[in-house]
Design a protein around this ligand. Structure first.
Ligand SMILES: Cc1cc2nc3c(=O)[nH]c(=O)nc-3n(C[C@H](O)[C@H](O)[C@H](O)COP(=O)(O)O)c2cc1C
Length: 196
């Protein structure tokens, strides 16, 4: 398909998706999740993300039903070392167990004379949203979460073998859901935007 053809197919449903997209509360996400081929297809599309200098300063680690228990063991051990509040840990555990797919987006900045690290971090953030939006657009529920499992360095090293420069940008929880989504307050354009 040529770009001109593609442009003509940018249609009302695409605009409607972006005008109405919203995350799904993690407590509502459940199985079944997407199959492996669909995950690969959605992530391929999500990897089309702005990336100054083509440094690809990110990577993703998928936590599936099969690998969840291994991940949970690392979570429980590290939570104990950190004295994570039992209520918080219970919530972490419930979310991880009920959600069929968790996509860990890792920011992996590259040493570059030309491209500042902040731009690489922004690209990783853009990837988080692109992954989330691509799953939402395909009809799945999803939510971008962080918390101590994203911020604790040692946990990241144990779970994802993070190098010294890397960090977890976010976990995109993905699953099915039944609930009708209600709107949350959104900013008024006039409050956020001005003309120069
Ligand atoms: C970087 C980042 C981290 C977040 N971490 C959490 C989190 O740990 N827990 C939480 O409840 N929400 C967290 N959120 C907010 C959720 O993603 C929230 O559901 C989202 O703001 C819904 O917005 P949307 O409906 O426009 O997608 C985070 C958002 C961002 C951008």
């Amino acid at each position: 398909m040529k770009w001109m053809d593609l442009k003509m197919t940018v249609n009302e449903s695409t605009k409607k998706f972006f005008a109405n997209r919203r995350s799904v509360s993690v407590k509502w996400l459940k199985g079944p999740g997407p199959r492996e081929e669909e995950i690969a297809e959605i992530i391929k599309s999500a990897l089309r993300v702005p990336d100054h200098g083509k440094l690809e300063p990110w990577r993703a680690v998928l936590i599936s039903e099969e690998s969840k228990n291994k991940f949970l063991t690392i979570v429980e051990n590290r939570a104990q070392q950190l004295s994570i509040d039992p209520g918080k840990l219970k919530k972490n555990r419930e979310n991880l167990l009920s959600c069929p797919l968790i996509i860990t987006i890792i920011c992996s900045p590259k040493r570059s004379e030309k491209i500042p690290e902040i731009e690489q971090i922004l690209s990783a953030g853009a990837l988080c949203l692109n992954v989330l939006n691509n799953f939402l657009a395909s009809g799945w529920g999803g939510n971008w979460l962080t918390g101590w499992m994203a911020h604790d360095r040692k946990f990241g090293e144990q779970a994802f073998n993070l190098s010294a420069d890397e960090f977890v940008a976010g976990y995109i929880y993905v699953g099915s859901y039944d609930q009708t989504l209600t709107e949350r307050p959104r900013p008024a354009v006039a409050d956020k935007v001005s003309w120069f």
